[in-house]
Design a protein around this ligand. Structure first.
Ligand code: NIG
Ligand code: FE
Length: 415
């Protein structure tokens, strides 16, 4: 089918080709005013200013959509989530209000272990249904591409169950979905004093099945004091590499323990979180090809210092924004709020935030050849705004739903 969208007030993030943006380039957001967009068979076929329409599209298709007063931008690319989980953890929300820290909650058997218990008690079908509901909510909020991690199984059966749910989501959803194996999220209690035993299980029992069933695109490790050390992360990532899994890693959420340097050495696609960055971490990251993925809603929810976005951008690091959607540290996958928060609390410019949540987000999940910008050949995954005075109004007016409709693969999301 051919669809023509006309009279677009501003067509945002139009690019001849996707390039990873760093430094000043992150603030450049190419726009066409009073634009048209042509979609053929689910992908972007052409675009331009309305005055070029007659020349570029001599024969108008039957299906024409008028987007008067609307801004059209690429759908969000959320490159870090834990969307598959069994139950919420609002009891910990109250523990935190009462003064307990994230580490204290984890130490008393809450946190990730609590989620793992619930997940292992939940059937694959039930997990799929829960995840499907969350995914359809997110697509209405403008997310068109998403990375989803395992990591609440922490047993061979549980991790495989999660990854099979993600695979089913990939098969059934028209969103772009990437899957990451995060068996190394924490040590399950039976391996509390036998870290090597659990690492052996990841390497010898989980990874071979994951590879054989093609259940993951990436491998992740929570590198943190009290969780996995940089050396343990290295052993797991090197094993993953044997199966072609590139690392995308949880780094420097609570402490700076050399994870950034080890991740760069391991050629990680991204290092994610980065709440606690020392100057050397920033300098080393800026010289690497590894993307720094900032998760401001996790810092917000846990009342932690926000990621030093300005320092990272000004040092020349490539950064992306993602939601970290999970029941413990970010029970929201709303990328509109992620973008707003990055401007409000991390002093990112609205243009930088939009680029970091689209183009660079697509790079941080390895899908920059199919989504993240208005580029010929990219999937027609689009956000249509309600009438707003300017694009800057999006993050400024945080909390309002300013999305009129969302298009995925050339079709409007309806349910
Ligand atoms: O990215 N920090 C590690 N993992 C998640 C939180 C997991 C949880 O608390 O359930 C995160 O914030
Ligand atoms: Fe996370």
């Amino acid at each position: 089918m051919t669809t023509l969208i006309i009279n677009i007030k501003q067509l945002i993030n139009v690019r001849a080709k996707n390039e990873l943006l760093r430094g000043n380039a992150l603030a450049e957001l190419p726009v066409i005013e009073n634009a048209f967009l042509l979609i053929e068979d689910e992908v972007i076929a052409d675009y331009g200013n309305m005055y070029e329409l007659e020349i570029k599209v001599p024969q108008l298709p039957k299906h024409i959509i008028k987007a008067d007063e609307q801004f059209v931008l690429p759908a969000w690319c959320d490159s870090h989530t834990h969307l598959v989980f069994a139950g919420s953890r609002e009891n910990e929300f109250v523990d935190k209000i009462n003064g307990l820290s994230y580490a204290e909650i984890a130490a008393k058997g809450g946190g990730i272990l609590h989620s793992a218990q619930k997940l292992n008690d939940t059937s694959e079908d039930e997990l799929f249904n829960l995840a499907w509901q969350r995914l359809s909510e997110l697509s209405k909020l403008g997310t068109g591409a998403i990375e989803i991690k395992s990591g609440y199984g922490l047993s061979v059966a549980g991790e495989l169950k999660m990854l099979r749910v993600i695979k089913k989501l990939q098969e059934k959803s028209n969103l772009v979905i990437k899957s990451t194996f995060l068996g190394a999220h924490t040590f399950p209690s039976q391996f509390k004093d036998n870290h090597q035993g659990y690492i052996d299980s990841i390497i010898n029992e989980m990874l071979p099945v994951i590879a054989a069933e093609k259940l993951a695109d990436y491998i992740d490790v929570f590198c943190e004091t009290g969780f996995f050390s940089p050396e343990e992360m290295e052993a797991i990532c090197l094993a993953g590499r044997q199966y072609g899994l590139q690392p995308k890693l949880h780094i420097n959420q609570l402490n700076s323990i050399g994870g950034v340097q080890k991740a760069i050495e391991l050629k990680a696609l991204s290092v994610d979180h980065l709440e606690t960055m020392i100057d050397k971490d920033i300098a080393d990251l800026s010289k690497s090809n590894t993307i720094g993925t900032l998760l401001p809603t996790a810092a917000f929810f846990l009342r932690m210092p926000f990621q030093p976005a300005r320092k990272l951008i000004d040092a020349g690091c490539a950064i992306a924004l993602a939601s970290d959607y999970n029941p413990g540290s970010s029970p929201s996958g709303n990328m509109n709020f992620v973008v707003a928060l990055s401007c409000i609390q991390m002093k990112m410019l609205p243009k930088e935030a939009i680029n970091a949540a689209t183009v660079n987000g697509a790079f941080a999940m390895g899908v920059s050849n199919e989504t993240g910008s208005i580029c010929i050949g990219n999937k027609a995954n689009l956000i249509f705004t309600k009438p707003i005075p300017s694009l800057t109004y999006l993050p400024y007016s945080f909390g309002s739903n300013l999305i009129d409709k969302v298009m995925i693969n050339g079709e409007f999301v309806t349910n």
